[in-house]
Write a protein that binds this ligand. Structure first.
Ligand SMILES: [Zn+2]
Length: 414
């Protein structure tokens, strides 16, 4: 009896400690959530998983979802500006006149360095440090890897697979992602993806064009936007770096490729530190993003898999699970874009690349032969794909080939 009482007391104590630990671990979120208190004492699988940094990131993005961005979307013209636009931005307005409305793209060059073996092919283990290819890089004329990663390759520069560009999260409840997330601790150097001029460097992002309101978002926190020195198909290029802990540049400042523009952090509406990175084509607008994985140079001995999944009526199939397999094992996965430009609701749209017209991309794939598998209307569709260094391999699921129903159930790698 006494033993039972002691055991009971011990388990009660353990429970209290667990609850305290839980309260501590969630205190950051408590600041952001409106009515979290009653949830804090309820252990759940979700809470347990939150010890992983990337799940913090997801939670952060979830919070972003709850925040309208922009709060009141303003209808905008669909055409690309063809004449110079006078920019006004930042709480300390700085105006400047772009030299030209369009500028030629950079000269495509191959990486001058020989391929090396990646020391770690699994970016989700944390630090990931094979050397990146040099930019700009267009071994295949269809490719435009003209940006370097915004963080060092020795930092965690893996794009969070659970919240890919164009996806709405594993449970279809998050804001459609217009960028990629690079989970990193506070204080990592964030670098300019290419040369250009800073057009925004502050928190409380609020953008005007010709004096007219375009969009705003406080959830970005400290955010830097660069207009680059080169264009693409006659359109301007912009990159955006959000949630910075510290901004180290000013509006109007010219920056070179790789120049430190700030430090990674958790400013804005997030619960975990990461760099949110966007590529914008044509104009500086939340609605003009493209998948950054088609713009940032892969690591040496790595390539990119892009593809398209279409429905029988020819439209792009939305939110379809795409699995990359090698030797019967899953090596990566993503989902097709949700609500691309074909849909009515412009406010939520993401965009396909001008060249590839894709609706999914998997980046940082070590060279080799893979199978890409999608499940569409209960059918398993499979394509072989050869990933070559520093290029994009395209997989087209436009023409249906009905494969036998799956008999294997793939096991996750690692
Ligand atoms: Zn993000």
């Amino acid at each position: 009896m006494r033993k039972a009482l002691i055991a009971l007391a011990l388990s009660a104590l353990t429970g209290i400690f667990a609850m305290m630990a839980l309260l501590l671990s969630r205190s950051d979120d408590a600041q952001l959530e409106q009515t979290p208190t009653h949830r804090l004492a309820l252990p759940s699988p979700t809470v347990t998983q939150r010890s992983h940094a990337w799940q913090d990131v997801i939670q952060g993005e979830l919070l972003v979802v709850r925040t309208a961005l922009p709060p009141s979307p303003t209808p905008m013209p669909t055409h690309t500006p063809t004449r110079p636009v006078r920019w006004q931005s930042s709480p300390t307005p700085a105006r400047f006149q772009p030299e030209r409305a369009t500028v030629p793209p950079p000269t495509a060059v191959a990486s001058p360095t020989a391929p090396t073996i990646a020391r770690n092919n699994d970016p989700r283990r944390g630090e990931f440090s094979p050397p990146p290819e040099q930019v700009p890089l267009s071994l295949d004329p269809r490719d435009h890897f003209w940006f370097r990663r915004p963080v060092d390759s020795s930092a965690n520069s893996a794009a969070l697979f659970s919240y890919a560009y164009g996806s709405d999260g594993p449970n279809n409840e998050w804001r459609i992602h217009h960028g990629i997330d690079l989970p990193n601790p506070i204080g990592k150097e964030v670098r300019a993806a290419a040369a250009g001029r800073v057009i925004w460097a502050a928190d409380n992002y609020r953008w005007y064009e010709n004096g007219r309101y375009v969009e705003s978002a406080y959830s970005y926190g400290n955010v830097v936007i660069i207009e680059h020195n080169f264009g693409f198909q006659g359109k301007r290029l912009y990159t955006l770096y959000a949630h910075l802990q510290l901004i180290l540049v000013q509006v109007g400042q010219a920056v070179q490729t790789g120049e430190v523009i700030g430090l990674s952090g958790r400013s804005g509406v997030v619960s975990g530190p990461h760099v949110h990175f966007e590529v914008r084509v044509g104009r500086n607008s939340y609605y003009e993003t493209r998948n950054p994985l088609l713009w940032i140079a892969p690591y040496e001995n790595h390539g990119v898999v892009a593809g398209r999944v279409t429905l029988p009526d020819g439209s792009l199939a939305q939110d379809i699970s795409v699995v990359l397999m090698k030797n019967g094992r899953i090596v990566d996965r993503t989902t097709t874009y949700v609500n691309p430009r074909q849909a009515n609701s412009r406010a939520w749209n993401v965009n396909s690349d001008e060249v590839w017209r894709e609706n999914f991309v998997i980046g940082d794939v070590p060279v080799g032969i893979y199978q890409v598998v999608v499940f569409l209307n209960g059918r398993r569709l499979e394509r072989d794909v050869t990933v070559r260094p520093a290029t994009t391999s395209f997989v087209d699921f436009t023409e249906f080939e009905v494969a036998p129903l799956p008999t294997l159930s793939p096991t996750p790698a690692g």
